[in-house]
Design a protein around this ligand. Structure first.
Ligand code: PRX
Length: 640
């Protein structure tokens, strides 16, 4: 008798991959080539990290090989020393003289329904043209180019064009506000911004150009704005500064001859800002060589991408998931990817399922918060579509609760697809803790550190702990790790490498079970995870106190069924101001405007005082415990 999934889940909690999946998987093929028999043996062998990454790096094309795999002067790592490389060459150029040039690189679907396909050759031509245009505008190796675009094909084209000429791209999620954009432009000292006249989201137009104009009021380094025509809406074009994308690329000569610049493997590829524990976002810096090697191999192995697959990573390219796994890694593997412009449930809750059916997606990679949203809509929406093209599923961004796991497994995967729960961060560049297709799964666990990654869970003193929560640390450098925080080496050293000697502190709390499986339990610091988006409490607080009515503010995360966490803000008003429903509404939209709608507090409580330490630091922990009706813990340092 076959058991129900629920019975299996409660009895054994282990889901084994099929023999076929194991046998045909990319990782198994590699293991066979290296005489490795089991998953455990693979993990053991790969502890020789320099040997392991050396083997992997050889699968990519280098202009000049490295003479040393790693130079590690803690906490600074350099990988593939003296190697000459360019990620754009591996993502595009190397496919061009092969039959892959005619393969579809992207199937793009607009929110209003239009479909646009680009072959590898098209993508190569388009990025070459923009690369030539950027050069004509004076962009040189190392210059920073800001990209503030909705989910349209010009976004990966622009990234590739920058990479090709050695310019450093800095993508800002198109949902960010003008203030957030300005702060990032000024920190990066960008020379150019690439944006669009607008984009479509949930039937509305997002005003990317208008936001850019507002952001550029005080940005001395920006010389030009390149504007993609997307909506055709009337927008203002500053005569000396603003240029239409289609016009500047029209006049570039012989695009196929735009040479890709050979770079050092340690040359910067991009800066991506992410939230930390202060109000100031951190500019995470990634480089060409190691980053390429890491993301290439993790996608190839974890999601087992093959020539015929149609891969869909649903993340917005404005986040690291999109950078690594919607742009660079799938292109290096010569994969066909789906890219969708709009909201997941627009115009109806089966939008994603219709996309999977129409374009015959074989692998879907998304976030638990989306799964939980679809769970709420119910199965009638998934049942309308034939999802049988799917063969593997993935999850990222936050812990996936077993209920959501089961729903995903049953309703999307039809009990046929293993789910790869990938734990990683903007800083890590690639998946770090994740199953492989050969790994038995425990729903809710991200399984074990990937080959070549040495991670552990340790207590306050750095001693490994099993069976209870502790700090997640990475104990050896890895190729795709961040190299620094832009213009803030001190913060890089302090933030990630100061708590434990020579170990990277991720900021997450995890538990390792007796089988060595990792279970993530959330953050150890004041970083929130709102629907898979990372937001610092300090950012929200500093946005709130910039409002004229607010004297003090404290933000905490409160559990939420769909978003995982929502923001609650406690506010002390200035003397002459009275609390009111209107003010509450105004403060919410103020934060939306200052940072982004994703950072809006959903709950606001006006208070007379806040719990503080004697040195004046707000004790968010106490607020949170009180909110959740838990014990207040140690309050000996509490002043009020
Ligand atoms: O807390 C972890 C959570 O997301 C954080 C990283 O956020 P960000 O840099 O924005 O990157 C998100 C996409 C990689 C981590 O510190 N996180 C990410 N993936 C998982 C996760 N928590 C649990 N399980 C995951 N699979």
């Amino acid at each position: 008798m076959t058991k129900t999934i629920e019975a299996l889940l409660t009895e054994t909690r282990i889901f084994n991959p099929s023999d076929k999946l194991v046998k045909e998987s990319n990782v198994k093929i590699w293991m066979n080539r290296h005489g490795i028999k089991t998953y455990e043996e693979l993990l053991e062998k790969a502890k020789n990290t320099e040997w392991f990454w050396d083997e992997i790096a050889k699968e990519l094309e280098w202009f000049k090989p490295w003479n040393r795999v790693l130079e590690w002067i803690p906490p600074h790592a350099r990988w593939f020393i003296r190697g000459e490389f360019n990620i754009a060459h591996n993502a595009l150029d190397r496919h061009i003289n092969t039959p892959r040039q005619n393969k579809t690189a992207y199937i793009w679907e607009g929110e209003r329904g239009g479909v646009r396909k680009l072959t590898y050759h098209d993508l190569y031509q388009e990025s070459n043209k923009l690369a030539a245009a950027l050069k004509n505008l004076g962009i040189k190796k190392g210059d920073r180019v800001m990209i503030y675009l909705p989910m349209i094909l010009e976004l990966p084209i622009a990234m590739l064009a920058c990479a090709k000429i050695g310019a450093v791209h800095c993508v800002v999620f198109s949902g960010f506000s003008p203030n957030a954009l300005r702060e990032r432009v000024n920190n990066a000292e960008a020379k150019i911004i690439i944006t669009a006249d607008g984009g479509y989201r949930r039937g509305k137009i997002i005003q990317t150009k208008k936001n850019t104009d507002e952001a550029l009021r005080n940005t001395p380094t920006v010389k030009n704005v390149i504007v993609v025509r997307r909506t055709g809406e009337q927008i203002e074009m500053a005569p000396e500064r603003d240029l239409w994308w289609d016009e500047i690329v029209k006049n570039t000569s012989a695009p196929s001859e735009t040479q890709t610049t050979p770079l050092s493997s340690e040359d910067e590829l991009f800066i991506l800002y992410t939230s930390g524990t202060t109000g100031k976002p951190k500019g995470v810096v990634h480089v060409h060589g190691g980053y390429a090697v890491g993301i290439y191999n993790t996608l190839k192995w974890v999601f087992d991408v093959k020539e015929k697959d149609v891969w869909w990573c649903t993340a917005d390219i404005g986040w690291v998931t999109g950078h690594s796994y919607a742009v660079y890694a799938p292109l290096m593997l010569g994969t066909t990817s789906i890219m969708y412009e709009g909201a997941p449930d627009y115009p109806s809750p089966d939008r994603w399922w219709s996309i999977i059916e129409k374009h015959k997606a074989t692998i879907l990679y998304t976030a638990p918060t989306s799964i939980r949203m679809f769970m709420k809509y119910g199965e009638e929406w998934t049942k309308k579509h034939n999802l049988s093209s799917l063969r593997l599923l993935g999850s990222v961004g936050e812990p996936i609760n077993p209920e959501a796991w089961m729903w995903y497994y049953k309703n999307i995967g039809n009990e046929q697809c293993q789910i790869m729960d990938t734990w990683w961060q903007t800083e890590t560049g690639n998946f770090m803790i994740s199953p492989l297709p050969i790994t038995p799964l425990k729903p809710g666990s991200a399984a074990k550190p990937l080959p070549g990654i040495e991670a552990d869970v340790v207590d306050e003193d750095g001693r490994p702990v099993v069976g209870k929560g502790g700090y997640l640390v990475i104990k050896k450098p890895w190729p795709a790790m961040l190299r620094t925080l832009y213009k803030d080496l001190g913060r890089y050293e302090q933030q990630y490498w100061s708590k434990f000697l020579d170990s990277y502190l991720a900021g997450d709390i995890a538990r390792k079970d007796e089988d060595g499986y990792f279970w993530f339990q959330g953050r150890a610091d004041d970083v929130l995870n709102i629907a898979g988006h990372r937001i610092g409490t300090a950012e929200v607080e500093s946005a709130l106190v910039s409002h004229p009515a607010v004297a003090e503010a404290a933000a905490i995360g409160v559990p939420d069924v769909i978003k995982g966490e929502i923001i609650k803000a406690f506010i002390i008003l200035k003397k002459e101001t009275e609390p009111s429903a209107e003010l509450e509404k105004e403060l919410k939209s103020w934060v939306g405007k200052e940072i982004s709608p994703i950072a809006k507090p959903e709950l606001i409580e006006f208070v007379e005082s806040l719990p503080k330490t004697r040195s004046g630091k707000i004790m968010r922990r106490v607020l949170k415990a009180k909110e959740l009706g838990e014990s207040l813990g140690d309050t000996s340092t509490l002043e009020e």
